[in-house]
Design a protein around this ligand. Structure first.
Ligand SMILES: NC(=O)c1ccc[n+]([C@@H]2O[C@H](COP(=O)([O-])OP(=O)(O)OC[C@H]3O[C@@H](n4cnc5c(N)ncnc54)[C@H](O)[C@@H]3O)[C@@H](O)[C@H]2O)c1
Length: 250
């Protein structure tokens, strides 16, 4: 898909992978809306890249619907949704205080999985009404999942389950929305040097990067943004989850 003047929504865009993706897409000429719960930082990103910035808790369905409406009004219905919103909070099933509070599990599933499904259904409802491009494509929805969906560590049961739910959603969603020319793709990052990584990996040290076959370093958010741009341009990528991890397996 051509990004020039293309309406795009990037969620979780106040920092890390989402912020860098928004920068790349704006640079390519897209009409970008950035959404995040962090009002101050999303406002700054909006100013930096001249995008529409909306502060919104994306786990709140009404607020999300309103935010998508605001984006549509400003830029037209989005052809591309890049979901980078994510919450990471390692917690053991059992610790010295007893079992993990069920609400902790619920919160991660709400933000990482249910909010993602909600955004997909709202975005898809708009995309199917758009005229198709000459190749029949109407839209694209990209989810950011995680290698934890496949290889979650101890203390990551809730995070891994929420990201695993996203992985399981990609193929059936692509099958269903493909009828309308809408693609659905997941990206599963390995270790990228962002706030999420520092929340999940308590013992960050040089041994961790040496466990990455190559390159022996954390991923740079621009490398994630480059893959997003490639997925946008390559219509054959659909219904799959692409690992972006330097060959790292836990
Ligand atoms: N960094 C990594 O190594 C890594 C690895 C695997 C997966 N991921 C995934 O990549 C995505 C991006 O994370 P990141 O690494 O850029 O971290 P990040 O913390 O910089 O970005 C996540 C963003 O989501 C926002 N957010 C959280 N809850 C929200 C809510 N309820 N409503 C709206 N916004 C909300 C945060 O404010 C933040 O700006 C996440 O889904 C994360 O799980 C990251």
């Amino acid at each position: 898909m051509d990004l020039w003047q293309c309406p795009v929504v990037v969620t979780g865009a106040a920092s890390g992978l989402g912020a860098e993706t928004a920068r790349h897409l704006a640079e390519a000429g897209a009409r970008v809306t950035v959404i995040d719960i962090d009002a101050t930082r999303i406002g700054r990103i909006g100013e930096e890249i001249e995008a529409l910035a909306i502060a919104c808790d994306l786990s709140d369905p009404d607020a999300t619907e309103a935010a998508f409406g605001e984006a549509r009004e400003a830029h037209g219905a989005a052809r591309i949704l890049v979901n980078c919103v994510g919450l990471a909070h390692p917690q053991r099933i059992l610790d010295d205080d007893g079992p993990m509070p069920l609400d902790e599990f619920r919160r991660l599933v709400e933000v990482n999985l249910i909010a993602g499904f909600n955004m997909m259904r709202l975005a898809a409802a708009d995309m199917v009404k758009l005229p198709p491009h000459s190749n029949g494509e109407r839209g694209l929805i990209i989810f950011t999942t995680s290698i934890s969906a496949y290889e979650g560590l101890s203390g990551e049961a809730a995070y891994a389950a929420s990201k695993g739910g996203v992985v399981s959603m990609i193929l059936p969603a692509a099958r269903e929305l493909g009828t309308y020319g809408v693609r659905v793709v997941g990206i599963a990052p390995g270790l990228f040097g962002t706030a999420t990584l520092f929340a999940m990996e308590r013992n960050l040290d040089s041994r961790l990067v040496h466990a990455i076959p190559f390159p022996h370093r954390f991923g740079d958010p621009s490398e994630f943004a480059m893959l997003v741009t490639h997925v946008i341009q390559n219509v054959m990528i659909n219904g799959t989850v692409l690992r972006l991890d330097g060959g790292y397996h836990r």
